[in-house]
Structure formats: C-alpha cells, structure tokens
Design a protein around this ligand. Structure first.
Ligand SMILES: [Zn+2]
Length: 231
C-alpha cells in the first residue's frame, strides 16, 4: 500500500510531466513566430512532403530531428522495430496515401542500432501481445541464421539483425502492389534502408535502394493490372 504522501508525490510528478508538454508547446509556438510571424498560416495551408519515413516507435529516433527537417517535410509511420507487414492495414494505408496521393519520391525504412524490439525478438522470453509482432523479426533471423549464428558478441548480433531487418522490410515494401504499381507509371520513386547509430547520431545508408520491380526476384514481380474475378 502506498502512503498518502507517496500518492501525492506521484500525482505531483505526473502533473509536472504533463504540464511540461503544454509549456513546451507554448514555447515552441513562440519561437516559431519569432522566426516567422506567418509560420503557422503557411503550415496550415497543407503538406507536400517528398519523403515517407517508416521508423521505430523508440522515443530516441524522431524523424524530423534526426534528419534536420521541419514539420511538413516528412510523412511518418512508426511502429515497434519498423516492421512492414503485408496485412498491416495501418502501414498499407499510410504507404498508399504517401505514394499515390502525396506522390512522395523516397520511402525510407529507418531502423536504429540497439533496438529493443529487435533484441526482444532475439530472446526466448515472452513479453505478451507484442510477441506476435516480434515474430516477424524472428522470421528475418531464420532467413539469415547462417550469418547471425556465427556472431558471438551479443551487441554485434543485435545490431546485425537490426540491419538485416531493415533490408527485409525494404524488400517487403517493394513486394507490395502499391510500390510495384507506382513503378509501372513513374520513375521517381525509390525505397531506401537506413540505420541510425544512436551513439553518434549519424545515419548509415545500407545501400539497398530499390527503384524497379526487376530487383525483387521473379516470384514477386506483378503484372500491371489485377486479374478480374472469375464468375
Ligand atoms: Zn527500436
């Protein structure tokens, strides 16, 4: 049982962390208006981002800060360990809107070294509901187990799986009809894979950029139109 004093302290700490957000917002608005009195008038007009960022939910890898971009420049989807699953309606909706409505030119899967989701996927512990999500990363491990099993250093092993996970998620995006159909009609759409190194802040480009379906392997190449349903 918590004492009344402990309970009051918890409530106070909770109120402080909440109030800090509102105060931080007010200060941010003030700074933006000092730089440009029309900032929010312009921001409210709409967005034309050229980049879709699919990153990890980890609080240390916010897309705009990491890339030095401003609000309006990066369309963002984040989930635990930046996984792209073909049945994830959330990810597919974001991808479809970004590619077909916003007409982004770059789709970037951005992982990060030391990813807790990837580390959890490598363990044999149960974490609850998230285990079902992390199983996608266990599948990546299985695909690359020959290489990963040979790495003895635990940190190096997690970080190599972080890289391989990004590569596989780039591949998963390229397999979607959304990306493949877009490639049939436009040549200015690229899918990239990055890893952020939190110890330096720097991005590592994994050089797995795809811009055409023929990089994927025969089984994943799709024709230009859906087959009509048989009656
Ligand atoms: Zn992560």
């Amino acid at each position: 049982m918590k004492t009344a004093i402990e309970g009051n302290n918890i409530q106070l700490a909770q109120k402080n962390s909440y109030d800090a957000l509102i105060k931080g917002n007010a200060e941010w608005v003030e700074r933006r208006l000092q730089d440009d009195p029309e900032y929010f008038t312009e921001l409210a007009k709409g967005q034309q981002p050229e980049v879709l960022w699919i990153g990890c939910s980890d609080s240390r890898v916010p897309a705009n800060e990491v890339t030095g971009t401003k609000p309006g420049e990066v369309f963002v989807h984040r989930n635990i360990a930046n996984v792209c699953v073909h049945s994830d309606m959330n990810m597919l909706s974001v991808l479809d809107y970004a590619v077909n409505v916003l007409k982004v030119k770059h789709v970037i899967v951005a992982g990060h070294y030391g990813c807790g989701g990837v580390a959890a996927a490598m363990s044999h512990k149960q974490f609850g509901l998230i285990d079902n999500w992390l199983r996608n990363i266990k599948d990546v491990y299985r695909l690359h187990s020959n290489e990963l099993d040979r790495i003895t250093d635990p940190t190096a092993k997690v970080n190599r799986l972080v890289e391989l996970n990004v590569v596989e998620q780039v591949y998963n995006l390229c397999k979607t009809t959304i990306i493949q159909n877009a490639w049939q009609v436009r040549h200015d759409l690229q899918v990239h894979g990055w890893v952020i190194d939190l110890s330096s802040g720097l991005i590592k480009d994994l050089k797995v950029t795809n811009s055409a379906a023929h990089d994927l392997g025969y089984v994943y190449e799709l024709n230009d139109a859906p087959v009509a349903a048989a009656h």
